[in-house]
Each structure stands twice: as C-alpha cells, then as structure tokens.
Design a protein around this ligand. Structure first.
Ligand code: HAM
Length: 439
C-alpha cells in the first residue's frame, strides 16, 4: 500500500535523458530509417552489443575527458568494474578482434546503439543519445576514408540538406603529428598538450587560446596560429617544408580532396585545427558542421583508427568510421524544416454509426488488414462527428464509416481528412482508394 503522506513521484525522466512519446518516436524512427537506408545502399551490415562493458575497455584509448568525467561506471555485485558504453568504437573493435581470424575482410558494419555520457545537458548534448556507427575494417587505403566521408555526405543529402547547409572539415592526425615534430620541433609532451588545446580552440575566447598556446610553445605561437587558420590544403602545403610533399598523409589528403572536388562537392574542406578528442585516431579525422551562424557546431564526426584492436593483443586491423548522433541531427533538421510531418501508424480509421455495428467493423478491418492496410477502429458509442475528430487528432489520413446502408450496398465512402475529398467505392476497392502519404 502507498503511504498517503509520501510525496508523489516526479513524472520527469532522469536528468539529461528523454522519453519518446509517439510523436518523438516517429522522428527517431525516421532518422534511423534514413541512416539504415543509406548505409545499406553501400552494403553495410548491422551488428549490436550490450550497453554494459568492462570499464577497462575505455581506459586504454577513449581519452581522459570521457573516461574520468563522463562515464556511468559502477561496481557490480561480483566486484567487477562496469561502464555503460560512452561510445561504440571500443565495443566493435573488441568484437572484430575476437573473431579476426574467421571474419572476411573488409568488413562494412553499422549499428545504432544508445550511448551514455555524464555531460552537462544542453542543446545538442544529453546524457543518453543514439548514434549511428558506420565503420570499415581491414581496408588501409584512402578509398575507405573516401567511402566513409561519402556516406556521411549521402546521409545529409538524403535528409534533404544541400552543400550550403553543412561543411565537412577534414584533417589528418599523422600530418598534425609531423607538423608538431618536424615543423615546429616540439617535444611529445608539448605535442600532447598542444593537441588537447587545439581540440578546445572553438570553445575558448581567442585571447585565452593564444595565452595558453604561448604557455605551451612559446614564441612558436604565431606559427601555430597561422597553421590553424589556413583555409586550403594547398596554402598549408606551401607553408610547410618541401619534404612534407612526400608524406603518405599528404598523398591521402590530396586523394580525398581531389575526389570530392571532381564530384562537384563544394563543402569538403581542410581544417588544420581539427583534432577530435579520442586517443585512438591515427589518420584522417573529420567532422560535419552546421553552416547556420546561429548553430555553428559540429553535428557528427569520425576518423581512421588503425591500431585500436592492438589493445586486445591481436594484430592491428585498420579501421575508419564515424558516429552520428540523433540529437544534433534532429536539431539541425528541425531548424531547417526538414523533418517529416507526423502521421499515425494507421492508414485508415473505421467509424461506426452505431455501436451495435462494431462487430461488422471488426470484420471489415480484418479483411482490409489482410490486404496490407493499417486499420484502427472505433470501439466507442461516440457520435460519428466525434469519431472523425479523433481520427483527425491522431493524424490518421483516411476515414471510412460503417453504417446500415454501407453494409447493405457494400459501397463505402473513403474520406481523405487532409483534403476533405470523398470517393465512393466497393468494399473490395477500399484498399486501392487509400493512397498513404509517405513520411
Ligand atoms: P564523438 O564525436 O564522441 O565520436 O561522437 C559522435 C557524435 O555523437 C557527435 O558528433 C554527436 O553527434 C553525438 N554525441 C556525442 N556525445 C553526445 C551527447 N552527449 N549528446 C548528444 N549527442 C552526442 C565517437 O563517439 C566515435 N566513437 C565515433 C567513431 C566511430 N569514430 C570512428 N568510428
């Protein structure tokens, strides 16, 4: 029995997570459907794993900020350290490493897991989100990088976005490391600190960034700033010593930029200040940015990580992929009016002029369902006008009324609620008269 004096429980969900009412679920399903459709066009196959992982999985290479400040971790009843996954990459690397001998490479795998990070909830950042992960394993050449970036671009286009709506910023970890050591001549320790600072560049005021930069690299601060602000790959190369032209990372970037420019893409650009916070990236890294000045933020990103499987003691398997969150993409599509209008699952609402006819309506609904229609029917003794109002509120596109005349003549009026158009058809033609709008 409930203690009457007890304060009623809150109906709010836990901080930073969402309930998905049917309208929200409709959007989520739409996002997932587009993601799935696009990655499957490229032959990607779906995998999944548990949300629970041993905490040590993330200690090696996920990066300090996530591991120390953002994981949901606990000790289970058997004394094991457990973490709710803060990203999918270590899990999929573990799965690939476990069966590396038996799998047929290259693998093209995708998943849409929910991810947990203890972050300060704000626009675009929650404590639970869903994230499409698409990754290729066992393909070391830049063809795989190009495929992954093309998929990211294709998903954006399939959502209805144009090149003007988003930018794909690209950098290369190996090139960045070479700039640190061979061009700037700084130590590994300085390079680590510099990479972390550059990663936070967009979040810091210019002056603060410059001061911290000077603390790390002294009088080389202006050179670093120049590099960070270079707009094109050719300008950056012109600035660097000639030996850089022979580097593999430079050849890879050339290949990527020339492929996209030949395709006519105008939004694939170099960003020498792009780092991405994970320690496991080894090659190309990229991030997709919203071009709306009011929402100039990263929508999603990824990169190449050729050595992550080594943490499992197996041979390194080259890999490249990205993670695309549902929160940022939903906000992006909403601000650009690119989300579909909500429709109920049902195509048709069957009304009855009298509750004694509900049995007949059941029979008709059953027949129509066998023909592929999704049918909801009135079970109440409400007036027909009220039943139609309900159908309208539920965003069910069509109604058909079952009354004595209809049952006798076997002729029914199919009404389109959006246009108020009505056509009369024979019972066996109802399913053909219903043209359901595609979401
Ligand atoms: P990430 O950049 O940490 O990369 O996350 C990828 C995307 O997930 C972000 O760009 C954003 O869309 C979304 N996201 C991340 N954290 C949150 C949050 N707290 N709330 C809402 N959305 C969020 C990774 O996780 C890499 N493991 C991706 C990857 C796959 N790299 C290679 N393969």
């Amino acid at each position: 029995m409930n203690d009457k004096r007890q304060k009623p429980l809150s109906t709010e969900p836990y901080k930073g997570v969402r309930d998905f009412y049917p309208e929200d679920m409709y959007v989520r399903k739409y996002l997932f459907d587009v993601m799935r459709t696009v990655v499957e066009r490229y032959g990607y196959v779906e995998y999944d794993a548990s949300v629970l992982e041993p905490t040590e999985l993330y200690r090696a290479k996920t990066g300090d900020e996530i591991v120390n400040e953002q994981t949901y971790s606990f000790t289970d009843r058997g004394g094991r350290d457990v973490t709710l996954r803060p990203e999918m990459t270590p899990s999929v690397a573990r799965m690939v490493a476990a069966r590396a001998r038996d799998l047929t490479f290259p693998l093209r795998w995708y998943s849409i897991p929910n991810i947990f990070r203890y972050e300060r909830p704000q626009r675009g950042r929650l404590r639970e989100h869903w994230q499409l992960n698409a990754d290729i394993f066992g393909e070391a050449g830049s063809g795989a990088d190009i495929e992954i970036i093309s998929i990211a671009r294709d998903i954006m286009q399939t959502f209805g976005a144009t090149d003007a709506d988003f930018t794909i910023r690209i950098n290369h970890r190996a090139l960045l490391n070479a700039i640190f050591s061979d061009y700037l001549g700084i130590s590994n320790k300085q390079a680590d600190a510099l990479a972390k600072l550059i990663d936070r560049k967009a979040k810091l005021p210019h002056e603060a960034f410059k001061n911290q930069l000077t603390d790390i690299v002294g009088d080389k601060a202006d050179t670093v700033l120049d590099c960070c602000e270079t707009q094109t790959f050719d300008t950056l190369l012109a600035r660097l010593p000639e030996q850089f032209n022979d580097m593999e990372s430079v050849a890879e970037l050339h290949n990527i930029f020339s492929t996209f420019s030949q395709e006519g893409a105008t939004n694939v650009v170099l960003d020498p200040s792009l780092v991405r916070g994970f320690d496991y990236y080894t090659g190309v890294v990229f991030e997709v940015f919203d071009t709306n000045p009011g929402n100039n933020r990263s929508l999603f990103g990824g990169g190449r990580y050729d050595r992550l499987t080594e943490i499992f003691g197996t041979e390194p398997v080259s890999a490249v992929g990205f993670g695309m969150g549902d929160v940022t993409i939903r906000d992006f599509l909403q601000t650009r009016n690119l989300l579909p209008e909500y429709h109920s699952t049902a195509d048709l609402y069957l009304c009855t002029t009298d509750s004694s006819l509900i049995g007949e309506a059941h029979r008709l609904a059953h027949t129509l369902r066998t023909k592929g229609l999704k049918v909801e029917l009135n079970l109440s003794d409400k007036r027909v006008g009220d039943q139609i109002r309900i159908a309208n509120k539920k965003a069910i596109p069509f109604v058909v009324c079952v009354g004595p005349t209809e049952l006798e003549t076997k002729q029914y009026k199919v009404k389109n609620l959006a246009t108020s158009e009505e056509i009369t058809v024979r019972e066996e033609e109802i399913h053909e008269a219903i043209q359901v709008p595609k979401g």
